[in-house]
Design a protein. Structure first.
Length: 142
């Protein structure tokens, strides 16, 4: 039941219009889609609204483990756990080198929102890419 609920919350189309229109110099307007391709598999795309150019795609598989839910993807798995409010908090544990920095991701999945912070850090812990103004807040549209 927990896995089904996670997949139902995860599936859908999201955007960060509210955030991007409030702070346009800090956040690009982005569309995010998690399209179900099987009972526990998704094709995920991110694109900029201004030119509809897809800049990130990945296919993921969602699995239940002894201590939570794992989204398996080619770069770094996201491990999700229920928080005290019943939402799903997720993060990476491995830190692969991506785009010139070690990836660190954190996210929060709610029934109507997906909040994501992806950042890259050099070997000294200095941030080299990703948002410096906090997480992207995607509201579920469909």
């Amino acid at each position: 039941a927990k896995l089904d609920e996670f997949c139902d919350w995860f599936e859908g189309e999201y955007d960060n219009w509210q955030q991007a229109s409030s702070w346009p110099s800090w956040f690009a307007y982005i569309l995010l889609e998690h399209k179900r391709t099987g009972p526990r598999t998704f094709h995920c795309e991110q694109k900029y609204k201004h030119n509809m150019e897809v800049y990130r795609t990945k296919d993921i598989t969602v699995e239940e483990t002894d201590d939570g839910i794992v989204c398996r993807n080619p770069v770094a798995d996201l491990h999700f756990f229920r928080d005290e409010e019943g939402n799903f908090y997720g993060r990476t544990y491995e830190a692969p080198f991506v785009n010139g920095g070690h990836l660190r991701s954190e996210c929060l999945l709610k029934p109507d929102k997906y909040i994501v912070l992806d950042q890259g850090f050099d070997d000294n812990g200095k941030q080299v890419w990703g948002s410096t103004h906090g997480a992207f807040v995607f509201n579920k549209k469909v």
